[in-house]
Design a protein around this ligand. Structure first.
Ligand code: ADP
Length: 505
């Protein structure tokens, strides 16, 4: 296919944890071209995860050129590009040569868990929470940067001499796209470093001192939708405006057109990521959720509450790969629909503990309510339902924190293709679940942010008009049954938590 070269398009660079992708969108927000390339995951030790920053860069550029070439597009037909990226991953490089001093330490990497534990021991976690909105964790960039400075020979001295730069992946890509001319990040990415004060919206001197990170290493922080600069002409054979950047989950929230306070989306992937727009209120959660900055097209801050479910689609993979009950993830739907209920069975897939709002890292997967009549179909159905129950638990925590009653949930991600699951989700939440036409919401969000800054789209109203529902799931379950299902889930979670208590005793 060739696109009309007289038209203009928006390019989204979607730099994920396992692959780099590029999607080109037209004015209607439809995908006109896409390319994707996986890159190496480096595991130097158990619990350590790294990426080669040069591979992040080269795979990202390769897919951008591939997506353009597939449809015969030249740089001059790209109105702007937007970036969305894996969050928190830390890269430190030499300001003069552009050479990284160490691999990118991936967000998943737990090498700094001890440092976080020590911070908690000294009671510093409350300060971090208050300033950054984050529950201190090795996920976030701060302790990763400190680790690089402490473990790479000479790195600290060079950083103090102003020779090294730190960036999250957005910053690294923009710096390279502009051949080192532009050193920026956006609010959403900055808010995941654990060094950024989300209320004052600036790097926090006290935290920088605490983590011993020289301020000169840090990028200028800008809104998610703004023209940061232009790509060096050599990269794409012509300059392209770089006009948007946001962390992946915030981009997805924007791509789902969750522009108003109370709007909420859930991405059903390996885990589930829920984000709720809380408008100008930065709400400090009492239920273990994270407060973060949302992407917005204005200077005014927009905040979000975030909660995640560790094991969601991964439980379906477990049914496929370990239990060998289904041949494909999609087949789980066929089996679940053959039975009217789970026959009283509940599966709590707490394989690595439970996240918000339970926060227990020791409990383990539990199956309860089994009778002689429990069939494989019931078991599969109960596993699928666990995705909806876990989502329900996070949403109830969000409601408790915000006082907002959720009436609608926008869904995306691989497992959102499962109609049975989406219907059950609507039933259990007593709220409608909306699945959009375009489920590429992360890339779409980055495209929207860039297109708005570049004047490609006029305003959010124009974008909202593109957002089409592909399927709407309305709650249908009668209230008595819903309550009884939820009572069972609560008991099942208690059993999972009790198992851990017994173990500790
Ligand atoms: P990620 O970006 O986390 O890799 P994806 O959004 O690609 O995840 O979704 C993949 C996950 O969704 C897998 O864990 C898979 O088991 C699950 N999944 C995909 N399709 C279905 C389906 N039809 N029903 C249930 N789960 C599904």
């Amino acid at each position: 296919m060739r696109v009309d070269a007289k038209q203009q398009y928006i390019m989204a660079l979607d730099q994920g944890t396992t692959s780099s992708r590029c999607i080109l969108f037209d004015r209607e927000g439809s995908v006109v071209s896409m390319a994707q390339k996986e890159f190496r995951q480096i595991y130097p030790k158990a619990g350590w995860v790294e990426h080669d920053p040069m591979e992040i860069w080269s795979s990202q550029i390769a897919v951008a050129i591939e997506a353009m070439t597939k449809v015969g597009l030249e740089a001059k037909s790209v109105a702007a590009l937007g970036i969305t990226n894996q969050r928190e991953t830390a890269i430190v490089w030499d300001k003069n040569t552009g050479v990284p001093v160490y691999n990118a330490i991936c967000w998943q990497c737990h090498r700094t868990a001890d440092r976080i534990e020590a911070l908690k021991q000294e009671g510093y976690d409350e300060t971090i929470r208050r300033k950054t909105g984050l529950v201190p964790d090795a996920y976030f960039s701060a302790t990763k940067i400190a680790w690089i400075l402490d473990h790479v020979a000479g790195a600290r001295a060079r950083a103090e001499a102003g020779e090294l730069l730190f960036g999250t992946v957005d910053t690294w890509l923009i710096w390279n796209l502009t051949k080192g001319r532009i050193f920026v990040t956006d609010y959403t990415n900055a808010s995941r470093t654990m060094l950024f004060n989300i209320h004052e919206r600036r790097w926090d001197d006290e935290l920088l001192e605490k983590f011993c990170i020289p301020r000169a290493m840090l990028a200028q922080v800008k809104p998610s939708s703004c023209v940061y600069g232009r790509t060096d002409a050599a990269v794409f054979g012509g300059e392209i405006a770089i006009a948007g950047a946001a962390g992946d989950q915030q981009a997805a929230l924007f791509g789902q057109c969750c522009f108003e306070e109370g709007d909420i989306k859930n991405t059903y992937g390996t885990g589930c990521f829920l984000l709720m727009n809380t408008g100008e209120r930065a709400i400090l959660s009492k239920n273990g959720l994270i407060t973060t900055i949302a992407a917005s097209d204005s200077e005014e801050p927009v905040y979000a509450l975030e909660g995640s479910v560790f094991v969601a689609g991964a439980a379906i993979q477990w049914l496929r790969d370990e239990m060998r009950m289904v041949r494909s993830s999609a087949q789980s739907e066929e089996y679940a629909k053959t039975v009217a209920d789970t026959n009283g069975v509940y599966v709590v897939p707490a394989f690595t503990g439970l996240g918000a709002p339970f926060w227990n890292q020791y409990c383990r997967g539990t199956v309860v309510g089994i009778t002689r009549g429990c069939s494989k179909e019931h078991f599969i159905r109960a596993t699928l339902e666990s995705l909806a129950y876990q989502t329900y638990s996070v949403i109830r925590a969000m409601e408790a924190d915000t006082g907002i009653v959720i009436e609608q949930l926008r869904v995306d991600g691989g497992a959102s293709a499962n109609d049975f699951l989406m219907q059950f989700q609507a039933d259990i939440l007593k709220a409608e679940a909306l699945r959009p036409d375009c489920v590429e919401t992360t890339a779409l969000g980055a495209a929207y942010l860039a297109g708005l800054a570049a004047g490609y789209w006029r305003d959010k109203a124009e974008i909202r008009a593109h957002w089409q529902v592909s399927k709407r799931f309305m709650p249908q379950m009668d209230e008595e049954r819903r309550r009884s299902c939820l009572r069972g889930w609560d008991k099942a979670v208690k059993c999972a938590l009790l198992w851990q208590e017994e173990e500790q005793a």
